[in-house]
Design a protein. Structure first.
Length: 190
């Protein structure tokens, strides 16, 4: 949502170009936000989630695709450049923050994010060092850097999300390996 914005706090102006297909998703999210914020009830709140990660991520997400590709082949080809970077928030943090926002939020709009970006290069390095996967970057891959998300409002009211993709990635790797087991034995290791 903040790709074209000059800042990433909740009240910043969010420009979009309707003719740009990459803005379609953002525009639909903004329409949903506008609908919620037009409701006069103060208990109606909006949470802008960053890139959520956790066990069982769908292959349609960047990390889900990376983990699926690596766990099946031992190799990952990044189609964006190594300097590309995104903000990632753990599902555990989201599950902790959303009820707090709903029950006690003083504002109507919150960024739920880590507040810092993780580069594709850092993800690739961890995959090589932890899982032993071969990683490479497509030579023509564009560099896509999402701006760091401002989480000051969230942190002031509820504390940090404590999301750390690099620290959590070894656990996600182990869970991705568990998913390769047959469904009847998947959870027997516990």
């Amino acid at each position: 949502m903040y790709a074209r914005a000059v800042a990433t706090h909740e009240d910043t102006l969010l420009p979009a170009i309707p003719a740009d297909p990459s803005d379609l998703y953002n525009l639909t999210k903004l329409a949903g936000e506008a609908l919620c914020l037009a409701d006069p009830r103060p208990g109606v709140r909006v949470a802008r989630l960053s890139n959520v990660y956790g066990a069982g991520m769908p292959a349609g997400t960047f990390l889900g695709q990376v983990l699926r590709e690596g766990s099946t082949s031992g190799r990952v080809v990044f189609r964006q450049g190594p300097a590309s970077a995104k903000d990632y928030v753990s599902i555990a943090a989201v599950v902790r923050m959303l009820p707090a926002i709903a029950a006690a939020g003083r504002h109507r709009l919150y960024n739920v994010a880590a507040g810092r970006n993780t580069s594709h290069a850092a993800v690739a390095e961890l995959l090589r060092n932890t899982a032993g996967w071969r990683t490479r970057f497509a030579p023509d891959g564009p560099t896509v850097r999402q701006p760091p998300i401002d989480t000051a409002r969230l942190e002031a009211e509820f504390g940090s999300t404590a999301s750390d993709l690099v620290g959590d990635l070894p656990v996600l790797l182990a869970q991705a390996q568990d998913c390769r087991c047959s469904p009847s034995t998947r959870y027997m290791a516990a």
